[in-house]
Write a protein that binds this ligand. Structure first.
Ligand code: GDD
Ligand code: MN
Length: 381
């Protein structure tokens, strides 16, 4: 049994092969309190994989129960190498665990599968074989093509949520997910050479989505599979995981500066609401509308700051402390207002623009300046 050494994780991973045979596979299994499933899982892998492919299994475990001990115990009867990596600091949840497992993989192919037997181990050789024949970088085990199904997704509610999430995700990434009918699947084979571990920012359950969007494996194929019932225990997914998924989507979608600027603008537009409410409340107390608007504007600024911190720059907050970020953000937002009037005057008097054009242009200019300024002065080192 090993544990993680933080420094090792930043290495240029996925190099140097021990399981050197072509077509060999490293099966990466994330586990969170799955002790009752381990023996059966290793038994079924033993039955169907090593006679057809050289293999090893890497468990990445975030459990609070005795799962790591159960794995070490069960590993003694296995005819292939089994590694347990227990994380004391489970960064990134399921997806973070899978990426750490991939860094430890030593063969040409990596298969990722759940530890609760909802993913049939008997399909592992077929996933790899299909990938080899198609010269593919990624082979997805799909519930949504002919021959596949989702028996194990109990209840109309979970099926509807799964369908909705798939539809939304495919709509957001039509190009990157072309050819993937089931981007929510947690069962797939990927060539080790196709994994750009350094570029990944895993966040929760949807590690296949993360890989498809950020690593962009060249050729993608699919194999149908039947999503089984859990062998033992219960799903570890929660409502919190649902929110994490939405944040993951937003993070993937705002990887480009243009997309980030768009979301920055959308969030900014919602700031009008607290601003107006504040203005209404303050003028009702009898305050003059000029100081009232100056104060109410700060309400909008605060609202924008909170949303932008949590939605857009969540993973870039480490360079400054909270007060520093809040102060800089507020300064930029107010500079935006102060700058607007002289800018309009400049456009009108120096360039002879009409008042409306000048105002619109000033708005756009200060908005872009504010976005660039916020990125550079608040969220960059
Ligand atoms: N290391 C680690 N850390 N493992 C985790 C964590 C975590 O934080 N959370 C869950 N796991 C492990 C579980 O122990 C299990 O082996 C596997 O990840 C899947 O977790 P489940 O809780 O069983 O997920 P599910 O059945 O609800 O969802 C599965 O099917 C979905 C499709 O409907 C997953 O494969 C999803 O990725 C997939 O979208
Ligand atoms: Mn499961």
């Amino acid at each position: 049994q090993e544990s993680t050494v933080p420094g090792e994780l930043g290495e240029p991973a996925l190099k140097g092969s021990e399981l050197a045979e072509p077509g060999a596979v490293t099966i990466v299994v994330p586990t969170f309190n799955e002790s009752a499933n381990i023996r059966e899982l290793l038994h079924r892998i033993t039955e169907s994989v090593p006679t057809r492919l050289p293999c090893e299994v890497v468990f990445v475990d975030d459990s609070t129960d005795d799962t790591p001990e159960v794995i070490s115990e069960a590993a003694r009867d296995c005819p292939f190498p089994v590694t347990v990596l227990h994380r004391e600091e489970p960064v990134g949840g399921l997806g973070g665990a899978v990426v750490e497992g991939m860094r430890r993989a030593s063969s040409d192919w990596i298969v990722v599968m759940d530890g609760d037997l909802q993913h049939p181990p008997s399909l592992v050789p077929e996933l790899v074989g299909t990938g080899e024949r198609a010269h593919a970088g990624l082979v997805v085990a799909s519930r949504y093509i002919k021959g596949g199904s989702r028996e194990g997704l109990a209840g109309g509610y979970r099926i509807a949520v799964s369908r909705g999430a798939t539809w939304l995700t495919k709509g957001l990434f039509p190009r990157r997910l072309r050819g993937i009918s089931d981007p929510m699947s947690g069962f797939f084979a990927i060539r080790r050479s196709a994994v750009t571990a350094e570029a990944l920012k895993p966040l929760g359950y949807k590690i296949l989505l993360e890989l498809a969007v950020r690593s962009r494996p060249h050729t993608i194929t699919e194999v149908p599979f039947v999503f089984q019932d859990r062998f033992a225990g219960e799903s570890k997914s929660t409502a919190r995981e649902g929110f994490r998924f939405l944040r993951h989507l937003l993070g993937l979608r705002t990887a480009s500066p243009v997309a980030r600027m768009l979301v920055f603008g959308l969030i900014g537009a919602t700031g009008f609401l607290p601003n107006l409410v504040g203005l209404w409340a303050l003028t009702r107390t009898g305050m003059h509308y000029v100081p009232a608007e100056i104060l109410a504007n700060q309400l909008g600024v605060a609202w924008n700051f909170l949303l932008i911190e949590h939605l857009l720059f969540r993973d870039r907050r480490m360079h400054r402390n909270w007060w520093d970020r809040a102060g800089r953000f507020a300064l930029l937002a107010n500079a935006d207002l102060v700058l607007r009037i002289p800018l309009i005057a400049l456009f009108v008097h120096k360039f002879g623009m009409g008042a409306l054009t000048a105002t619109a242009l000033a708005l756009v200019t200060t908005f872009v300046l504010r976005f660039v300024g916020t990125e550079a002065l608040v969220y960059l080192p």
